[in-house]
Design a protein around this ligand. Structure first.
Ligand code: ZN
Length: 390
């Protein structure tokens, strides 16, 4: 999704963005309604009327998808889950939630809220269209009835499609909530629900391929080729999103079961704050080859100095500046205990912006954990897993 997106407003305090790919949907809906659906169901109108009504349908569809996402968001906000934005893009909408739901119950309610909004909207539109038709039959508002029932059907489809139990679709989240409640393991539940998602993505792709081949060979109508292409596209999207979630769940599982003690460097070299930058470079950075060093004095951790801090200083000043002046002062967030999981350490690194953390036990430095050490550990870990599977 490297195409641009634009912020168009706010709802429930959440910024609403439209991704460039949404315009493909807008055009496609307008075009297919104006040239296919309307001329068939409502013959005898002028082309500009058809295109105008097509455009209105596309806008209302946009609003329907937005309301679906706001349904999820409303419940998520009630659980204090921050939502950075809602993006509308080619496959619908997405509410970007700041963290995972706190419980299976929260997950279930957040997931079900979107399809519920769509189904209620759909039923409302269909009911409204039927009521208008029976009350004002033949009074020239047939257009309203046609649009109402079209929108109703689309919303019902939106609700039902999203209930398919393959993660990351809403139904997959409902499934994950159930599995999570059942086996008490969030990552395992994600992994299992994502596996269904992968299967569903493959199935959609296969159905799409059958439709395309059928249309090309003449066994099926030509119009089904477009539907087939769309299904392949959608299947690929669901497949890759599910695969990504499954990998992430596996990664989180391994990160949660490994402690900081297992990945930390035991031999920690520290610098004195009043040493010159030149000496630090000559005697430490060059000889040890580390990317950064904690700065300590009399058992107190004062800060960290990294290659980047040194590089920011002109070389000519190296003999004249002390380490104390270029280091980044340490905050309490910089020190962690050795029995933390690597997952917790990684979260701390992300939150605090440090790429290395000092491991302290009984007020003593016992090790150092860096982002790259974690990455290396995981690579080895994965390699040994692969070997075990074979
Ligand atoms: Zn949804």
């Amino acid at each position: 999704m490297s195409l641009p997106n634009w912020r168009i407003g706010r709802a429930l305090g959440i910024p609403i963005h439209v991704h460039a790919s949404w315009f493909a949907v807008f055009f496609f809906v307008t075009w297919s309604v104006a040239t296919g659906y309307l001329p068939e169901t409502l013959p005898g109108l002028s082309a500009p009327r058809y295109w105008g009504m097509g455009g209105i349908t596309a806008l209302l569809l946009f609003l329907s998808v937005l309301l679906h996402e706001l349904g999820h968001s409303y419940v998520a906000l009630r659980y204090q889950i921050p939502i950075s934005r809602i993006t509308l893009f080619i496959f619908g909408g997405m509410a970007h939630m700041g963290k995972e739901p706190p419980s299976p119950r929260a997950e279930f309610l957040i997931a079900i809220a979107g399809p519920l909004v769509s189904l209620i909207l759909g039923a409302g539109c269909l009911g409204g269209a039927m009521a208008v038709e029976s009350l004002f039959a033949g009074s020239g508002i047939q257009g309203l009835v046609v649009l109402g029932s079209l929108l109703g059907m689309v919303n019902v489809q939106l609700g039902l499609f999203n209930l398919i139990p393959g993660f990351p679709l809403d139904g997959g989240r409902v499934l994950r909530a159930g599995l999570w409640a059942w086996n008490k393991d969030f990552n395992r539940a994600t992994s299992q629900a994502a596996l269904v998602g992968i299967g569903f993505g493959v199935a959609l792709g296969l159905i799409g391929a059958v439709l395309m081949v059928g249309a090309w060979s003449g066994a099926l109508g030509d119009s089904l080729a477009t539907n087939g292409g769309w299904l392949i596209f959608l299947g690929a999207f669901i497949f890759s999103a599910a695969l990504k979630s499954r990998r992430q769940a596996a990664l989180q599982t391994s990160l949660a079961s490994v402690t900081v003690r297992q990945v930390m460097v035991h031999r920690v070299v520290t610098l004195l704050p009043d040493m010159s930058v030149q000496d630090a470079v000559d005697q430490y950075f060059v000889t040890h080859g580390f990317g950064g060093f904690p700065v300590c004095e009399e058992g107190q951790v004062l800060g960290v100095v990294t290659v980047r801090d040194v590089q920011a200083l002109p070389t000519a000043l190296w003999p004249w500046r002390r380490v104390r002046e270029v280091m980044r002062p340490a905050s309490p967030a910089f020190c962690i205990p050795p029995d933390w999981s690597v997952m917790q350490a990684m979260e701390r690194m992300v939150q605090s912006g440090w790429d290395r953390l000092l491991v302290m036990e009984n007020e003593e430095i016992v090790g150092l954990v860096t982002r790259s050490a974690v990455a290396h550990f995981l690579q080895l870990h994965r390699a040994s897993n692969v070997r075990r599977e074979r």
